[in-house]
Design a protein around this ligand. Structure first.
Ligand code: TXA
Ligand code: MG
Length: 334
């Protein structure tokens, strides 16, 4: 199958809607990462998504909706808190797990009684959902295990010849996947951190963070979010997360332990005698460049990547969560 990349326009959206209504799957832009979308109510379409990604069938998909009201069509109970959070953070990077209605097939929910919902902040994708009239099930549009795609080119690399169409909406602004939350007796629990941070949610309710966000899962702990148990975000190179508060110490360590195929994620090259991969100066910039730099490392055939562990505050927690998985939980403490 030939994979076409079309800029987001009214015409390309028409084409995407045509494919989606036929049960085909297409890649769509969102503010977080690109999604691989299909009709979330169709077993036929959802199976195509799992197949194209090589994704385990027990890892559920997020349903993308175009407005808060759609929650009442697809979710069994909508807690008052869910409504308040949706009104504050949608359209945006917040995914809420709710009890699903039976119209949502178990193939979409990975066999669970719950389903994940998000209203993405991208005008083209919102328009597309409205044109389709059904929720778009969309995981990140990467092959399972690889870093999520933050531009159409990344999607093409992973999905070329597997899907008919990629809608190119430019670079994703956020660059990390959405925050995934579930509701508890007195608030919410974060299963995957993203741009809607712990601090932002705390203005509304009690917030706890699932153990799997920062720690490796031991055999006894069941991941609340199935996605957390799989190896993720991994480039081919070995990634090392270096914990240290002192920049000079970090630079010294990198210089002593690098060879010609070693790369460092760093905002600037000051004193570093290893290859540099672009990384931001602020936590937001780190988030937006992380996945593209990990992909670039593969293009450059890097064999080792060093990166300084970020602070776990704000969006830093999300960056830390992706990095620690990319590093397969290897931390070097200086
Ligand atoms: O920003 C995003 O969320 C992107 C864009 C495309 O919207 N999508 C995305 O989807 O990252 P995906 O499939 O790569 O990640 C969805 C995560 C997985 O970790 C999955 O296990 C979890 O959400 N999830 C989905 N439904 C769930 C459920 N019912 N219960 C627990 N976790 C769920
Ligand atoms: Mg993903």
């Amino acid at each position: 199958m030939k994979t076409e990349i079309l800029n987001a326009t009214d015409d390309s959206l028409e084409k995407a809607a045509w494919y989606l209504k036929k049960g085909e799957i297409v890649a769509i832009p969102t503010e977080t990462v690109y999604g691989l979308a299909g009709n979330g109510l169709s077993v036929y379409s959802v199976k195509k998504i799992f197949e194209a990604k090589g994704r385990p069938a027990d890892n559920p998909l997020i349903l993308h909706i175009a407005g808060v009201n759609s929650l009442y069509e697809y979710a069994e109970d909508v807690p008052e808190l869910a409504l308040r959070l949706a009104n504050r953070f949608w359209a945006g990077s917040l995914t809420m797990i709710l009890k699903k209605k039976s119209i949502i097939p178990y193939e979409t929910s990975g066999g669970l009684e719950t389903a994940a919902f998000r209203m993405p902040n991208n005008k083209w994708t919102l328009e597309l959902i409205k044109k389709c009239g059904f929720p778009l099930a969309a995981p990140s549009a990467n092959l399972s295990g690889l870093p999520s795609p933050t531009c159409a080119e990344h999607v093409y690399r992973d999905m070329n010849s597997k899907i008919p169409l990629i809608i190119d909406g430019g670079q994703c602004k956020c660059g990390l996947e959405s925050t995934v939350i579930t509701f508890t007796d007195n608030g919410v629990k974060i299963l995957r951190p993203g741009a809607v941070t712990v601090e932002m949610l705390r203005e509304f309710c009690n917030v706890s963070v699932d153990k799997a966000v920062t720690d490796g899962l031991d055999g006894n702990y069941k991941a609340l979010s199935p996605g957390m148990k799989y190896k993720h975000y991994s480039p081919k190179a070995e990634v090392f997360l270096v914990e240290c508060d002192d920049d000079d110490k970090f630079i010294d360590f990198v210089n002593k332990n690098s060879d010609k195929n070693t790369y460092v994620l760093a905002e600037k090259s000051d004193g570093i005698r290893a290859n540099i991969l672009p990384y931001g100066e602020t936590a937001d910039a780190e988030a937006s460049q992380l996945f593209s730099s990990l992909r670039k490392a593969d293009d450059l055939v890097a064999d080792k990547i060093y990166v300084k562990a970020p602070s776990k505050e704000g969006i830093g927690l999300a960056v830390y969560n992706r990095l620690i998985r990319a590093a397969a939980f290897k931390i070097i403490k200086l």
